[in-house]
Structures are given as structure tokens and as C-alpha cells.
Design a protein around this ligand. Structure first.
Ligand SMILES: NC(=O)c1ccc[n+]([C@@H]2O[C@H](COP(=O)([O-])OP(=O)(O)OC[C@H]3O[C@@H](n4cnc5c(N)ncnc54)[C@H](OP(=O)(O)O)[C@@H]3O)[C@@H](O)[C@H]2O)c1
Length: 312
């Protein structure tokens, strides 16, 4: 069996458990492609899994390769794989029950893969899949956001939020977004109609009667969000199940979602990127062996856009 370089963990713990080392190179299975990784996006779920926060709901065996965002080149195809050929430039949010993309190679099911946007490089494409699919599935597939509606997006400068703002504008919605003072101009560049500095303004003083609240923060932020929705509105959260009782009391709907891999939606997203209407914000690019630093930065909770690991 051939080896490759990868960043693996052998136990749960702090950033120091991320080890850059040799690992077996995967083989593409049935209806899978082997991708030569050029870039791996970093997401908060990576450090949450590394720290063991999700061990009760997602049992993993060690050693484990983290990272479920990839852009790269098809190196080989498995039996029955027919959609892609060797040399195709692709991107994917692979199945997080398996080894991830902090590595030179990853095997991925074809249905989780799409051609990457042609107009951007691998580093920018690798920033897209997990966060952008999450935004898409929350605001479109779940909350049904339509043109002319109003949406409040919390953490609008973060990985998911920065895509959500642009997607909502692409759809023709009116967008309120929260971020700290240092990110107000970024929100405007992304297209937010009313950026809100959460350090100096209570969003509920400015926002009323929105159709959708996209909650990426939870806690007090989620609690205070019920009052800004109009009757029949929708609160969709990524981080904490909203109370069904509160929803009924306010005459609104609610959902807590986990994003799922989806190559077809990534194809649509690539089309929007190539039309110039959607652009990943990449704050930091680090080489693969610096995954530890990437986790330290992500854990601050103040990433602007995305952090990406480039794989030489
Ligand atoms: N359920 C799912 O399927 C799913 C999928 C993806 C993500 N998630 C979760 O969703 C959350 C967001 O993910 P992400 O990738 O967007 O995280 P991220 O990129 O780390 O988010 C960082 C952003 O949060 C902002 N922020 C921090 N505190 C804030 C506050 N009180 N109000 C408004 N903004 C605030 C920061 O803005 P400032 O620096 O300006 O403060 C920063 O831009 C994470 O907990 C992640 O694990 C869940």
C-alpha cells in the first residue's frame, strides 16, 4: 500500500493532537473518485470533533484525518464511477463519517463531488463546499427564502454567514447581518443592506418583521431573535434546536439543521460563482503542516470568511 502525507489525530484533545505524518493512501471504492487534494477548507466542526465535543453523536476510530472540504484534481476513479475522469478539477464536501481532506489524497463518493468553479483557484474553491452548502440548505431548502423577503443573518462575516449574505442577495432578498465593528465594511461589500454592529447595537432595536432569521450563534442571540420575526416567519438554527413552544407562541416556524453533502447543489453553486455573483472570502491560507495554527485561529470564533489549508 502506498503512503501519503496527512494531518491525523490519534486521540481527542487540543490543537497539539494534530500530527503531520505518513498515512496510507486511500483507494477509490465503488462509485468513488480519488481526489489529489489541492486545498482543504477549515470549519469549526473540525476542531469540535478534534476536541471530542461530538463523540457521543459521531463515533470515530483513530487515527482520523479531519477536514471535510476539498478542492483538487481527480487522480483515479473506482469501479462504476462514470461522472468524472482523471484530471478533472473538482470540489466536494465529503462524508464526515470517513477520513477527511487534511491530506494529499481523499476518496469521495461521486454524488458528493462537482466540477469546481472555473473562475477561481483551488484555494478559493476549497473554501466553499461545507459553509456554502450549509447556507444554501438553511435559507433556501429549509426556510424557503424568496425574492422580496427580509432575512436577518447572524455572524454574517463568518464562514457560513458570508455565503448566506451573498446567496440571499442573489435570490433578491433584503439582508440584515450582524458582525463586530471591524467587519461592518465587509458586510457592505458582501451586499448586506443593513449591517449591524452587535457590540454597539441590539439587533432587535433595528430589525422587525423579517421572514427568516438564520441563527449561527445560539443562546441569547437565538432567544432575542423570536421577536424580530413576522407571523409565519422562520427561525433556522445551525447550533441549537429552537424551542417549539416559543415558535408556537410567536406564530412562526423553526428548524435545527445539519447540512448534508450534495454534489448537485455544488454544481449550481459553481454556476453562481462563475457568473460573478458569489465569491468566497478567504482570510487565511496556511500550508497543510500548519493545521494546528488553523485550528487555533478558527477557535477564536472571529474568523473573517474562511481559513484554508493549501496542499502542495
Ligand atoms: N449544523 C450544521 O450543519 C453546521 C454547519 C456549518 C457550521 N455550523 C456551526 O455554525 C457556527 C458558525 O459556523 P461558521 O463556519 O460560520 O463559523 P466561523 O466562521 O468561525 O464564525 C466566525 C464569525 O462569527 C462572528 N461572531 C462571533 N460572535 C458573534 C456574535 N455574538 N454576533 C454576531 N457574529 C458573531 C464573528 O464576527 P466578528 O469577528 O465580527 O465578531 C466571525 O466572523 C459554528 O458553530 C459551526 O460549528 C453548523
Amino acid at each position: 500500500m502506498e503512503n501519503m502525507k496527512a494531518v491525523r489525530i490519534h486521540k481527542y484533545g487540543g490543537p497539539e493532537v494534530l500530527i503531520f505524518e505518513d498515512a496510507p493512501r486511500p483507494e477509490p471504492g465503488s462509485a468513488e473518485v480519488l481526489i489529489r487534494v489541492r486545498a482543504a477548507g477549515v470549519n469549526p466542526v473540525d476542531w469540535k470533533i478534534r476536541a471530542g465535543y461530538l463523540k457521543d453523536i459521531r463515533p470515530y476510530t483513530f487515527p482520523l484525518i479531519l477536514g471535510w472540504d476539498v478542492s483538487g484534481v481527480v487522480q483515479a476513479t473506482g469501479p462504476g464511477a462514470s461522472k468524472f475522469k482523471i484530471g478533472d478539477e473538482v470540489y466536494s464536501r465529503p462524508d464526515s463519517a470517513r477520513n477527511g481532506a487534511y491530506a494529499e489524497y481523499i476518496a469521495v463518493k461521486e454524488f458528493e463531488v462537482a466540477f469546481k468553479p472555473r473562475s477561481i483557484d483551488h484555494v478559493h474553491a476549497g473554501a466553499i463546499p461545507l459553509a456554502c452548502l450549509t447556507a444554501w440548505q438553511a435559507i433556501f431548502d429549509t426556510a424557503g427564502l424568496r425574492a422580496g423577503q427580509k432575512i436577518l443573518i447572524h455572524a454574517a462575516a463568518g464562514g457560513v454567514g458570508s455565503f448566506a449574505v451573498q446567496l440571499a442577495k442573489w435570490k433578491g432578498a433584503y439582508v440584515f447581518g450582524t458582525a463586530s465593528g471591524r467587519n461592518q465594511s465587509l458586510l457592505r461589500e458582501l451586499g448586506a443592506d443593513e449591517p449591524i454592529d452587535y457590540e454597539n447595537t441590539r439587533f432587535e432595536d433595528l430589525v422587525h418583521d423579517v421572514d427568516v432569521v438564520f441563527d449561527t450563534i445560539g443562546g441569547d442571540t437565538q432567544e432575542r431573535s423570536w421577536n424580530v420575526l413576522k407571523k409565519g416567519g422562520f427561525l433556522v438554527s445551525l447550533v441549537a434546536p429552537p424551542s417549539a413552544e416559543e415558535a408556537a407562541k410567536n406564530g412562526v416556524r423553526q428548524a435545527f439543521i445539519f447540512m448534508t453533502p450534495n454534489g448537485a447543489e455544488l454544481t449550481e453553486i459553481a454556476r453562481i460563482v462563475d457568473s460573478g455573483k458569489l465569491k468566497p472570502v478567504v482570510e487565511t491560507v496556511l500550508p497543510l503542516p500548519d493545521a494546528r495554527r488553523a485550528h487555533e485561529l478558527s477557535q477564536t470564533g472571529h474568523t473573517r470568511g474562511k481559513i484554508v489549508l493549501g496542499v502542495a
